[in-house]
Design a protein around this ligand. Structure first.
Ligand code: NAD
Length: 490
């Protein structure tokens, strides 16, 4: 029988393990392979093959090369890329949704799938409209030019959907991307990016239009911030990464954290308000940055609203059970100065309501979408962005107290807020006071991103830096091209 050397056996084992994980089989570079990292070589090795890199600097360089190749191919090539990304997200919604849930272990399978299906509605090249001027002195055209390579930092809460949405917006505007995904969702992100690049290479002959760091770290983030090839950052995540990006010296579009409050006044349709809070706050187990996180209800309808929540299928916890859940949801960490501050327990974010209930010492039916209970406005579940389906409900005297408490709980993030009311003055007052990017009246948070409300969606809502719900235009540079002459034929 023929003997095998150690490296052959290692290659075979690696290949089998890769295939079991749903990855394209990694192949060692052939001896004859002279390609530099990031170059297409044809021997099938993983030196940057189809956008997947170990090294952030190499990933950025390959994306720059891809950007230069995209430029002369025009709008038709950009539109083809978008068609590919939307098509793959629809076709693979179930497979990739399951992959993402298996890896991240947070959220709900039906919503992981749905978040990939709604990618088809994200705006593409049609969004970019030039503006023209014509007169006695000639013509001017204002156009939306690309930046070049955009460094995209993506969250664990929606790993593949954020990357897919970013690709559509950014490539529509003529850019290439280099992605530093959250380490907790990097495997599924890499699988999707490889699939996008394979199809893009096949259709338009560019290989690393979306490059990704396969094993992301804080160092790889740093390398992207320092890379001469990265022209702009787009960060989607919590306060830590937003702060780091803004301190990097590169221009950054920051889709930062939220802690969206809800106000329910005495004129509201309480049954609908309860259903909307459960739908929005329970979506993907409250992982959405726009998701309802705490509800301030006027005294006059407080008890009725609690009843409406139960009738709509949410399960009520008593104060002892809420405290038991809090002790699992938050820990304290010393800041070195003798003070301690609450830290969200990442192990139970995005857990099912039934899992949270068992931590609270109670059993609820498995299909329960949400737990809720009475707390005061200072409770940790109100202060912190909990990202789990427990909804604190706070009793307030009047609309003034409700809006003030809602504003305080939002921490000035300027992200999202909701109100349920038929009183126009209350709707207007809260909208003015909150000054948030999204403000939804009489609907679930999802309506703010075009799901059950008017408008379009995105998985990166640039709240911190103010660009708002990102579109292709967000990722362009303004350019005016002027021709001075006697051109008018009027
Ligand atoms: P996270 O901040 O833990 O991670 C986001 C990304 O930043 C990841 O890629 C992570 O690896 C990286 N990162 C984290 N800290 C970093 C640091 N100090 N330096 C460099 N990189 C760092 O967030 P998450 O848990 O993945 O996602 C949830 C958070 O993101 C919530 O706060 C949510 O509100 C926010 N979010 C906002 C939007 C939006 O559109 N505004 C969308 C989704 C999520």
């Amino acid at each position: 029988m023929q003997g095998f050397d150690e490296s052959t056996i290692r290659d075979v084992v690696q290949s089998v393990l890769g295939q079991l994980n749903g990855e394209a089989a990694p192949v060692a570079p052939a001896e004859s392979c002279t390609a530099k990292p990031g170059e297409s070589c044809g021997c099938g090795c993983r030196k940057g093959k189809f956008g997947v890199f170990q090294d952030a600097a190499e990933a950025a360089a390959a994306a720059k090369d891809a950007f230069l190749q995209l430029k002369p191919k025009g709008f038709a090539a950009r539109a083809k890329v978008i068609e590919i990304v939307k098509g793959l997200c629809s076709a693979k919604a179930e497979e990739w949704g399951k992959l993402e849930l298996d890896e991240t272990k947070i959220g709900r399978i039906e919503h992981k799938i749905e978040k990939l299906q709604v990618i088809s509605g994200i705006p593409g090249v049609e969004w970019l409209k030039p503006m023209g001027f014509s007169g006695d002195h000639g013509i001017s055209m204002e156009e939306n030019a690309p930046w070049g390579v955009i460094g995209a930092i993506t969250p664990v809460t929606h790993s593949i959907p954020t990357i897919a949405g970013n690709i559509i917006n950014m490539v529509a505007a003529g850019n290439a991307l280099v992605v530093n995904p959250h380490p907790g969702g990097a495997k599924c992100a890499t699988i999707a990016v490889r699939a996008f690049n394979e199809a893009i290479a096949r259709e338009i002959g560019i290989e690393n239009l979306v490059s990704i760091v396969e094993t992301p770290t804080l160092e790889s983030f740093d390398a992207l911030c320092k890379s001469e090839h990265v022209d702009l950052l787009c960060v989607t995540g919590g306060p830590g990464v937003v702060k780091a990006a803004m301190a990097s010296g590169k221009r950054a579009i920051c889709a930062g954290p939220g802690n969206p409050p809800v106000v329910v006044d005495e004129t509201a349709d309480l049954a609908k308000a309860a259903r909307d809070v459960i739908l929005g706050g329970g979506y993907d187990n409250n992982l959405l940055c726009i998701g309802e996180k705490q509800v301030f209800v006027l005294d006059a309808v407080y008890s009725k609203f609690l009843d409406a929540m139960e009738r709509a299928g949410a399960a009520k916890l008593n104060s002892r059970q809420i405290e038991a859940l809090s002790s699992h949801a938050f820990t304290s960490s010393g800041d070195g100065g003798g003070c301690s501050k609450p830290v969200l327990n990442r192990d139970i974010i995005g857990a099912d309501a039934s899992t949270l209930a068992s931590r609270a010492g109670v059993s609820v039916p498995e299909q329960t979408m949400m737990l809720f209970g009475e707390t005061d406005a200072e409770h940790l579940f109100v202060e912190e962005e909990q990202m789990m389906p427990f909804m604190p409900i706070i009793r307030v005297r009047d609309i003034g107290e409700a809006i003030a408490a809602a504003k305080k709980s939002e921490h000035g993030y300027g992200h999202s807020a909701m109100i349920h009311s038929l009183n126009v003055a209350n709707l207007t007052e809260m909208g003015r006071e909150m000054d948030t990017t999204l403000f939804v009246k009489n609907g679930p948070c999802l309506a703010g991103l075009g799901s059950g409300g008017e408008g379009y969606g995105s998985f990166s809502i640039a709240t911190t830096t103010g660009e708002g719900i990102t579109t292709p235009k967000t990722f362009t540079r303004f350019r005016r091209c002027v021709m001075v002459d006697n051109l008018s034929i009027l």
